[in-house]
Ligand binder design. Structure first.
Ligand SMILES: CC(C)(COP(=O)(O)OP(=O)(O)OC[C@H]1O[C@@H](n2cnc3c(N)ncnc32)[C@H](O)[C@@H]1OP(=O)(O)O)[C@@H](O)C(=O)NCCC(=O)NCCS
Length: 445
């Protein structure tokens, strides 16, 4: 049956005037030569090469994590607009998959620039093969892909500590844990608001509402229409399933929110909400309370940015911060990253005491360094230096991500890490180039 489905898709792909919707659902192995490397220990490192590999991988991830991840693996491979066969890496012992990882491409908006990010996802090694260096093998190929395809960052929503060994550092907020008890939410203020589930016809409006809400963040997810389509049509049934609800007044869409089916904790998880006026936020809160009661959820958890209008109101009613986790992030190539955000760096110098900066600013990363050449406040070049270089700016390489992403300030880093050593006027320059930032990443799957 599945083979037939694949055959049907590859036939579809040969028709030139396909509607774009169909193209995003086509998995095309033809444009990708599967990667393959025989290892000394007899195992083989490959990328998925055929429908049989997909079935084996779905089963493997199901065994490692559960049915939600099994269906997520299938949906991502066959329907996600940014999925590519060569980004699904597997290690095989004969025909059996023994370890796997996927590179999931995202685009993040960093102020007025775009960063290409390759998430490391669905990482696992079969229990009998653990602690034999298989993740190290997969990570090496994963890093090759990141370099080859020009990625700036690699994020992971990973288990504690493990990924430090692969040069990842905690550097952005993840899984916010704001919690409100149901009794703290008052009765609805505006009963004229209607709620309905969004459909693909609503995508243009959803994109608009999402973009407006994202503008409040310095760093946010870019959500194309294709990604919205994936969320609405293909994430149902997977471990990351969420319902997208529209709020309408007088039959006009005024806002949306997303509620996750599963996730950390017992509460009803609200993982997205567009801009809301006070009255609408009040009505949404009251409606969420009724949904929580209906679903037997004891409280509501907001996985939302701290500036969210819904969360602001919930906090006024007593929502409390239960902590949260953090994205771990690897900088693929420091010079490439700094070059990409060059326009932002130049803008930050405007109106500062460094507006006419004309010098080479070297960031010494201990094992190597990067030199930013400024002329009258314009960034002329960013050069990677393959050796440590004397500079008043010294940073352990893993701390570049939290600094550049505005997650930790220069002074916070210096306080926590004696090897983050920045001297004299360079302190003021680094504070100007890398100020604290608001960031929140809405999912793409
Ligand atoms: C975590 C996991 C992927 C590691 O895979 P693995 O193939 O055993 O990893 P490796 O053997 O390549 O280990 C690399 C290094 O990490 C160490 N390591 C292994 N598991 C570790 C763990 N859970 N925490 C910290 N270090 C660990 C190894 O000792 C090794 O160190 P070394 O190279 O200095 O000797 C595997 O244990 C697993 O699948 N766990 C269950 C699923 C899971 O938690 N996945 C991660 C989801 S984010």
């Amino acid at each position: 049956m599945l083979k037939l489905a694949f055959l049907a898709r590859s036939v579809l792909f040969s028709i030139p005037d396909l509607h774009h919707k169909d193209l995003t659902t086509v998995l095309n192995f033809q444009n990708f030569t599967p990667y393959r490397r025989e290892l000394d220990n007899g195992f083989v490192l490959t990328s998925i090469a055929n429908p049989e590999d997909i079935e084996r991988l779905v089963e493997f991830n199901g065994t490692s994590f559960g049915p939600g991840e099994a269906s997520m693996t299938r949906a991502l491979i066959t329907h996600h607009p940014s999925s590519r066969p060569d980004y699904w890496l597997i290690l095989k012992d004969q025909d059996r998959i023994i370890a796997s990882v996927v590179l999931i491409p995202w685009e993040w908006r960093y102020e007025e620039t775009v960063l290409k990010c390759g998430e490391m996802g669905i990482v696992s090694t079969a229990a009998a093969y653990r602690n034999r260096g298989l993740m190290r093998v997969l990570d090496a190929r994963f890093k090759e892909l990141l370099h080859k395809d020009g990625f700036h960052l690699s994020p992971i929503q990973g288990i504690p500590y493990f990924y430090r060994q692969f040069d990842y550092e905690y550097a952005l907020p993840l899984e916010a844990q704001w919690r409100i008890e149901l009794w703290q939410i008052p009765a609805p203020a505006d009963t004229a608001i209607m709620f309905r589930k969004a459909t693909v016809e609503d995508i243009p409006m959803l994109q608009q509402l999402h973009a407006v809400a994202s503008q409040r963040q310095n760093i946010s997810t870019i959500r194309s229409a294709e990604i919205w389509r994936y969320l609405l049509e293909h994430s149902p049934g997977t471990g990351t399933e969420a319902d997208t609800w529209l709020l309408e007044r007088n039959q006009q869409i005024i806002a949306y929110c997303r509620i996750h089916k599963e996730g950390f904790g017992e509460g009803l998880i609200v993982s997205e909400a567009s801009r809301l006026d006070h009255q609408t936020a009040d009505s949404l809160l009251a409606w969420l309370k009724s949904v929580a009661i209906e679903r037997g959820k004891p409280y509501i958890r907001f996985n939302l940015p701290v500036m969210s209008d819904l969360l602001t109101l919930a906090r006024a009613y007593g929502a409390v911060d239960g902590g949260g986790y953090q994205w771990q992030i690897h900088v693929v190539d420091p010079a490439r990253l700094l070059r990409q955000i060059g326009p932002v760096l130049e803008r930050r110098l405007v109106g500062s005491p460094f507006a006419t900066l004309t010098q080479s600013v070297v960031i010494n990363l201990y094992r190597n360094a990067v030199a930013l050449s400024f002329e009258q406040g314009q960034l002329r070049s960013v050069e990677a230096l393959n050796r440590p270089t004397d500079s008043p700016i010294n940073l352990p390489p893993n701390l570049l991500a939290p600094l550049v992403l505005g997650f930790r300030s220069r002074s916070e880093l210096a306080e926590g890490y004696p090897d983050a050593r920045i001297y004299g006027s360079a302190c003021a320059l680094i504070d100007t180039l890398f100020p604290p930032m608001q960031a929140f990443l809405d999912t793409i799957y």
